[in-house]
Design a protein around this ligand. Structure first.
Ligand code: ADP
Ligand code: ADP
Ligand code: MG
Length: 641
């Protein structure tokens, strides 16, 4: 196989940037592709060449096989790296590359095809002597043995899985899951597995070359998940003894050899406390969490992928485990609202710098617009240290010093999980849920600081009364109308907190003594919004309008989208009469179908979306005119389930 000289990266975001980093180090030119939405994205600027491939929606761009192959031909790329997600596990794409004489950096289309079906992969694993999760025979309905887990055989990314805990909900879950699987993956085949509670997700990284060799690079523990999707990953697993490691890596290798595996792959298992483990699936691509393996082994897994694609032998030196690495995924999502993806502009973005053994992989920068079209991953933060406790401490420290504002994100949530006793003890399994946090917060203090800051900077701008004393307790220019909102609470001109002394303000900064401790605040203003951060807190402070807006008369209800998503079905027509609980619209969002219902009696006045539309959170979907008594106030937010 030839040396590769130019690689097209059929992806976006952090993984596109990550792949380019290795290509550059190998002297290989890179081609980026981009959707209309991503024209100014980091991955486009970092590439040697870039080709537009279509509209914002993934199916028009990053999933458009013809456009990708045309881009590769136009640029003379001799290989395509698919990254993860999008077309990475699409056997048709791999085959199309093979037919076009373009090297697909991954396993053969045949292997992808075989492993793409969870049901098929299960049978192959069984034949190779690998223990699998107990499952129901096809077309069987369980009468006992609950809970069961219904999965799409062609599924991925934790999408559309349903736990069934009793016989009477089984049929309904089954047909819902089948419909969802057909729409999401074009294949309604389902797999019904025993739902194993209290298990850990432990996976083995394997690599195969084109000369019949297969190696492993140890395990990763990805037990911390939300909605069956990983958010924290580490290596080694705190639950894996050398004896379990031997058995598990041997099982992964046996499966890899049985299918003639080439390139990078991950064999996923569920590990139970007795030390037994059960195969769940093979991912035929590079994983999001590959950096933890890189940090403990020193191998560059993207380089390995490229070398294997060039026909090289696997490295002769056996990988060693060195220390402990943990990765967290910083997502644009709201932990306080069921982890709904959030959108907006990333106004403030300062990853921590100068921390040895810390790696940040990201594809965003200050000013990046986070839209509804793609995965809301902002960055991966990975810490490597000699031992697990130090890795945790370093990661917590890094996250506390990671300024990410403008888009609601899970930074504080990640810190809370890392600091949780169960996680620290290495006991958290896939069912781990963080109890609701009661934050020690002093937003009232922040409001006092910010009120002074805003008044002073405004006076400074107007050049009126420029000489404000540096140290003072009572602000003589207090405008009684200034209201601030922090974390959903309003703070108005309450009497000064005597324990707060504003030491100094200058544009973008404030220093205050709070309870005798000197605190430094950094402030980024965007209109009426102030993004404030200090050593340990990051808050949005909103300056409220002087007079509150009058609320409407309550004659209408608009059903608004509770989250970003796509319109799957519209169940009402204009003029139709509806009553509370009637279904209006089905939205695909949060990897599930969400039904938006009305909460009032009324008549549908307008349908404001059409099938297939991508909608933003808060966007109006359906307008309903109330037929209830006009002085009753219908709830303005529609219910969803
Ligand atoms: P995906 O293709 O979406 O990654 P997986 O089959 O790998 O689907 O499952 C994703 C996650 O769901 C697993 O990491 C695990 O937490 C959970 N899970 C999957 N199968 C089972 C099972 N049989 N019992 C309990 N949890 C499971
Ligand atoms: P600590 O967590 O040690 O209190 P901080 O620097 O985060 O340190 O907080 C300083 C004080 O200001 C605390 O009383 C804190 O609750 C309050 N505070 C509230 N919001 C913020 C913010 N965005 N930035 C800084 N401090 C804030
Ligand atoms: Mg999986």
């Amino acid at each position: 196989m030839p040396l590769l000289r130019k690689i097209l990266i059929a992806n976006r975001g952090e993984i596109a940037v990550r792949i380019m980093r290795t290509c550059r180090a190998m002297g290989i030119e890179t081609v980026a592709v981009y959707s209309d939405f991503d024209a100014n994205a980091l991955h486009v600027r970092l590439a040697d060449q870039a080709v537009p491939i279509g509209g914002a929606a993934a199916r028009d761009s990053y999933l458009n096989i013809d456009a990708l192959l045309a881009a590769a031909r136009r640029c003379g790329a001799d290989a395509i790296h698919p990254g993860y997600g999008f077309l990475a596990e699409n056997a048709g794409f791999a085959a199309a590359c093979e037919n076009a004489d373009i090297v697909f950096i991954g396993p053969s289309s045949k292997v992808i095809q075989a492993m793409g079906s969870k049901a098929g992969a299960r049978r192959i694993a069984q034949d190779a002597g690998v223990p699998v999760v107990p499952a129901l025979p096809e077309n069987d309905s369980p009468a006992s043995g609950f809970p069961w887990l219904i999965k799409a055989s062609a599924g991925g990314g934790g999408r559309g899985m349903r736990i069934v805990r009793s016989a009477h909900e089984f049929q309904e879950s089954l047909s819902a899951a089948r419909g969802e699987a057909e729409r999401a993956f074009g294949d309604g085949t389902l797999l019904i597995e025993q739902y194993i509670e209290g298990a850990r997700h432990v996976e083995v990284q394997i690599f195969g070359d084109h000369h019949g060799n297969v190696m492993h690079l140890f395990e990763r523990d990805c037990s911390i998940q939300r909605r069956h999707q990983k958010i924290i990953e580490e290596s080694p697993s705190p639950a894996v003894t050398p004896e379990i490691r031997n058995r598990m890596t041997e099982a992964a290798l046996a499966l890899g050899r049985a299918i003639g595996y080439t390139n990078a792959g991950t064999v996923e298992f569920l590990l139970v406390p007795t030390g037994e483990f059960y195969f769940i699936e093979v991912n035929t691509r590079i994983q999001v969490e590959h950096p933890v393996t890189e940090m403990i082994t020193g191998f560059d897994l993207i380089r390995l992928q490229i070398e294997i694609a060039q026909g090289k032998l696997l490295p002769s030196s056996r990988p060693q485990q060195n220390g402990h690495a943990i990765e967290v995924r910083l997502y644009a999502e709201d932990p306080d609202h069921d982890f709904l993806p959030s959108t907006g502009t990333l106004h403030v973005w300062h990853p921590p710098i100068g921390i040895e053994g810390l790696r940040v992989d990201s594809g965003v920068e200050a000013g990046t617009e986070i839209g509804v079209y793609y995965d809301p991953l902002l960055a991966k933060v990975i810490a490597h240290a000699p031992d697990r406790n130090t890795a945790i401490a370093k990661l917590v420290y890094a996250l506390k010093n990671f300024a990410a504002q403008g888009v609601i994100n899970n930074r504080q949530f990640l810190i809370d999980v890392l600091e949780h006793d169960e996680f620290r003890a290495g006991r958290a399994h896939t069912g781990f849920c963080l109890p609701p946090q009661t934050y020690k917060s002093n937003d009232a203090a922040l409001a006092t600081v910010m009120r002074t800051y805003i008044e002073r900077t405004e006076h400074g701008q107007r050049k009126v009364l420029p000489s404000i004393p540096l140290r003072y307790r009572n602000n003589p220019y207090r405008s009684p109308a200034m209201k601030l909102e922090i974390n959903g609470r309003e703070y108005d001109a309450s009497p000064d907190d005597q324990t707060i002394e504003i030491v100094q303000t200058s544009p973008g900064q404030a220093v205050a003594l709070i309870d005798g401790i000197r605190r430094h605040f950094q402030i980024h203003q965007h209109g009426d919004e102030y993004y404030v951060r200090s050593s340990f807190a990051q808050r949005k402070v909103v300056r409220m309008p002087r007079y509150p807006r009058r609320t409407g008369a309550g004659q209408h209800e608009t059903a608004n989208s509770p989250m970003p998503g796509q319109i799957l079905r519209i169940l009402v027509a204009a003029g139709q009469h509806v009553k509370p609980g009637d279904q209006l619209v089905v939205l695909e969002a949060m990897k599930m179908e969400q039904t938006i219902k009305t909460t009032i009696d009324g008549v549908v006045k307008a349908i404001l979306v059409k099938l297939g539309d991508i909608v933003a959170p808060g966007q109006m979907l359906v307008e309903i005119e109330s037929t209830e008594n006009a002085n009753e106030h219908p709830s303005s937010s529609a219910a969803s389930n």
